[in-house]
Design a protein around this ligand. Structure first.
Ligand SMILES: Cc1cc2nc3c(=O)[nH]c(=O)nc-3n(C[C@H](O)[C@H](O)[C@H](O)COP(=O)(O)OP(=O)(O)OC[C@H]3O[C@@H](n4cnc5c(N)ncnc54)[C@H](O)[C@@H]3O)c2cc1C
Length: 541
């Protein structure tokens, strides 16, 4: 099929990948599924073939390829015939290594990233925990500083490459009281004392090693910190943005394969004197599936194209992930049905496709979380920062999903607010108008309090504004009352640091709060407390 996205070079690479999968991986898929493991040599072979560092620069041993080179690879990866292999490879190449590339020091990259690209070391990303998955900000694994070391305690679960992997990138709380703003990433060897990993038995992805890991008093060096302390949440979100595109592209590839395999079965299987593909009832369902796949594929390519332009593509990548993985599930189900009873046996590939497709709508952000993100953009009108925005503030490029965190908690976008002097029982609601100064803004607060939202709630907030004529404000919400004072008073539940123009912009609806938060234009000590604050006041827009 002609494409505006793929050139000759991409197609040549696609053919190489396809051949490799068909010759070097697929013939072993059954054995690896039964053994529930993937031999290490195949990572090495893929490293030698230049498959494990497509997006990384040549100085690090990568191929310096573009996003569509990665897409060609991802669409062909399912020709390995096992979703477990797809998972192991994509986690290694696109998820674990992402943070190492963006935030790793030279020493960390030499020790972990370069050998990962070569296929000599395999890594795992450890975020999910027994008590929390979608709600990343709620993780409890802790990292405590002790002299020259960090000490890690906690438990992780569902960790791909977790038992056999050589190293882990681990999300841990370094400032437990700070919610999302208190998470840091660490990278260290999986062989350290205090680490135990146990394999989880699963419905599908059998050859993929999925682990439950415990960290008990695990002592790691100070330089195991990846990037800056307390910035881990943003680094994770950056990884998630690509992870969605990866999941969408591999789902498209899986659909291609399931449909091709099923069509070939239907042409050879006969009923009532003719091949199955001659029955209109089946042909029309196939036609629907092909049509849906074509449209989803174009959405995936569009999201990839935006990503290539440096756009955050949060909306499009979330839509692509949602639709491609849901379609993968539907295609597997329909194709199994077209196989009749044989589809339900281990003899036919479609039963593995069916098992493996099921998890795609759960990993890399569930379908529900994708819908929440899309609702944020398309219902609430939230926009996300562009690369230029990030560069303007000297920040690293971050994907999106502060939104997901917020969405998971079921909250509206944080619109930061405040108000001035004098204790005040709420006066009658004044007509809302957009304040032009901090003073006006803070003065409007008591009249905007929504007592129905603050029953039984108490919170003290400190606001600090850089370079402002009125730089410090304290706001206390106590049930139905709101007290605003100039200056800093008492011990805060939440401290907000920003600038006057940013804060006025957020309050007036001209500045995206997530974008400001992601870019470090607003610093918040306790995100949950701020979300409660946001709900307490009537919005100005
Ligand atoms: C095979 C496998 C491999 C994995 N590999 C890794 C890995 O390598 N590293 C890693 O860190 N994690 C990994 N995961 C974990 C995966 O990311 C989580 O399973 C996923 O994020 C969902 O979290 P959860 O399972 O805790 O579900 P929960 O968060 O408990 O959600 C349960 C259900 O509630 C829904 N839900 C939750 N919040 C909301 C909301 N706000 N609105 C609407 N619905 C909501 C969810 O969509 C879901 O349907 C893996 C999981 C599996 C199954």
């Amino acid at each position: 099929m002609k494409s505006i996205y793929f050139g000759e070079e991409h197609e040549a690479f696609r053919k190489t990948v396809r051949l490799f999968m068909e010759q070097r991986v697929a013939p072993h898929a059954e054995a690896w599924e039964t053994a529930q493991r993937i031999p290490r040599e195949i990572f090495r072979e893929m490293g030698d073939a230049g498959f494990l560092g497509i997006l990384f620069p040549e100085e690090l041993g990568g191929s310096g390829g573009d996003v569509f080179m990665a897409l060609a690879f991802l669409e062909e990866l399912p020709r390995s015939l096992t979703g477990g292999f797809v998972a192991a490879v994509t986690v290694q190449e696109f998820i674990v290594t992402g943070a190492l590339f963006h935030q790793g020091t030279k020493a960390q990259q030499t020790r972990y990233l370069v050998p990962s690209i070569e296929g000599k070391r395999v890594g795992a990303i450890c975020i999910s925990e027994p008590d929390t998955g979608s709600d990343v900000a709620a993780i409890r694994t802790s990292a405590r500083r002790d002299g020259d070391s960090w000490v890690i305690d906690g438990a992780k679960t569902w960790i791909t490459n977790g038992v056999e992997g050589d190293f882990y990138v681990v999300a841990a709380k370094t400032s437990p009281e700070a919610g999302a703003g208190g998470i840091s990433l660490f990278v260290f060897d999986s062989s350290l004392p205090g680490i135990t990993a146990k394999r989880i038995r699963k419905m599908g992805w059998h050859c993929s090693d999925t682990a439950e890991i415990t960290f008990e008093n695990v002592r790691i060096p100070a330089d195991a910190l990846l990037g800056q302390k307390d910035r881990g949440f943003y680094y994770i979100m950056q990884t998630f943005a690509l992870e969605r595109l990866v999941a969408a592209a591999t789902s498209v590839g899986s659909c291609d394969l399931a449909l091709a395999d099923t069509l070939s079965y239907m042409k050879s299987r006969r009923a009532f004197g003719k091949p199955l593909d001659r029955f209109q009832a089946l042909r029309h369902r196939l036609a629907d599936l092909f049509a849906e796949l074509s449209s989803v594929r174009q959405l995936v390519y569009h999201a990839a194209w935006l990503t290539q332009q440096g756009e955050p593509a949060v909306r499009e990548s979330s839509m692509a992930k949602l639709l491609a993985t849901e379609l993968n599930k539907k295609v597997a189900d329909e194709c199994l049905q077209f196989h009749g009873g044989f589809g339900y046996t281990e003899e036919y590939l479609i039963s593995r496709f069916y098992r493996d497709a099921r998890v795609a709508t759960i990993v890399a952000g569930t379908s529900e979380i994708m819908r929440e993100i899309i609702a944020k953009t398309d219902v609430d009108g939230v926009t996300f920062p562009s690369v230029e925005d990030h560069e303007a503030v000297g920040d690293e490029v971050v994907g999106d999903e502060v939104v997901a965190d917020e969405v998971v908690a079921g909250e509206a976008p944080p619109a930061v607010v405040a108000a001035p002097s004098a204790p005040a029982p709420a006066p009658p609601p004044a007509p809302l108008r957009k304040p032009e100064t901090l003073e006006e803004l803070f003065l409007s607060l008591p009249s905007r309090l929504r007592p129905e939202k603050t029953e039984g709630f108490r919170g003290r907030y400190h606001f600090r504004f850089k370079d402002s004529a009125h730089p410090e404000w304290t706001v206390v919400i106590d049930g139905p009352s709101c007290v605003v004072e100039r200056g800093i008073h008492g011990t805060a539940d939440c401290e907000i640091k920003t600038t006057e123009p940013v804060y006025l912009g957020i309050e007036n609806g001209t500045q995206n709060p997530q974008a400001a938060f992601l870019m470090g234009k607003v610093k918040v000590s306790n995100v949950n407390a701020l979300l409660a604050y946001t709900k307490a006041f009537q919005r100005l827009f």
